[in-house]
Design a protein around this ligand. Sequence first.
Ligand SMILES: [Zn+2]
Ligand SMILES: [Zn+2]
Length: 374
Amino acid sequence: MPLSELIDLRKSLHRQPEVAFEEHQTAERILEFFQALNPDHIITQLGGTGLAFIFKGEKPGKRLLFRCELDALPIEDLKKSPYQSQILGKGHLCGHDGHMTIICGLGEKLAANRPESGEVILLFQPAEETGDGAKAILADPRFKQISPDFAFALHNLPGYPMHQIVMRKGTFAAGSTGMTISLTGKTSHSAHPEAGINPAKALAELIQELPRLAKQSKGFALLTLIHAELGSLAFGTSAGKGSLSMTLRAFDQQDLDGLIEKVKEKALAVANSESLKVDFGFVEQFAVSVNDPTLYNIVEKVAQNLGLSLTEKQEPFRWSEDFGLFSQACPAFLFGLGAGEDCPQLHEGTYDFPDELIETGVRIFEGIVRKVNG
Ligand SMILES: [Zn+2]
Ligand SMILES: [Zn+2]
C-alpha cells in the first residue's frame, strides 16, 4: 500500500473515533486491513475489543510485541478538516489513529518480508485512556499463549521537533491513580448540627493535609485534589456525607504505593477522630512505565542508522501510560516521537496527528524487528 493510502486510513480512523471499550467499528476496520495481509495467526476480542496479529519467522527466536491503542477521547474534535470527527463529543485527540496506522504500515512490511526468526505480535489494545485496556489484555488467558519476550510502543509527542526520538532509561512515564475518599456521618436538622455527624471539618483537614503527604516521598510524588463534595443544597439539613477525590502520581511504583498507604492512614485517623465511616475507591490506575536498558541500546542504534535526531529526557514524564503494565510483565520500551514544536498539546480539541510521522514510525519499528529477528 502506498503511503498515501496509509494516510487515508489514518484519516478514516480519525473520522470515526470510538472511546474506551466501544472500539467495535475501529476493530472491524483493522481486522479487514490485516485479513488482506494474511498473518500467521489472528486473535480477535482480546481483552474486549483488542486484536493481535502474529507474523512468524522460519527459525526460533524472540517474540516481539508492538502495541498501539484503539481508543479515542470523549472530547470534541474542534479542528476543521475534511476528516473531522463525525461523532459528536468524541475525537482522536491523542494521536492513537496515527499509532494504529503505523502498526498497519509495519504489518505490510512484515507481510511482504517476514522476520527470519522468532515472532512479531502486532497488538491493538482497547481503552488506553482509562488505564483499563492493558489490564484487560494481560488478564485474557489467550494473551498467556503469546506472552512476549520484549514489548515496544511509541507515543507521538507535540512540543518536540518533528521526527525526534525522545528516550529514557528507567522510568519513562509516571504511575498514577485516581482515588476517592468517601466519608459517611449522619444528617440532622441544621438547627441542631450537634445531633448529627457532619464531615465538613474532616474534609477541610484532609484538603489541607493530603497534598503535603506527597512531599514526604523519597522520589517525585504528587497529590492533586480534583473534586470535593459535601452534603447537598438543602439549607435545612446538616451534611451527613462528603467525598474528596484526587490523583496521585509518582515516578517509582514503591513511592506511589507508599503514598496511597499514607493517604489511607491519614484519612482513617481523621475519620476516626470525627466518628465518621470511611471508604476508598480507585479508578484509572496506571503502572509506572519502566524502560529496559538493553532495549534502549537497540532503539538507539536503530534511530542512529535511520539518521534520526535523538534526545535523552532528563526527567520522566509526569503523565501516565497504561503501557506501564506491559513493562511490569516483560522487558519493555516506550519512547516518544516528536510531533512538532508549534502545535496543540495532546487531548486539546484541535490536536491532529501529523501524517509525516507514519513513515518514521514504521521505519523505526521495522528497524527494531530486523535488528532483533532479522
Ligand atoms: Zn491520551
Ligand atoms: Zn495516548
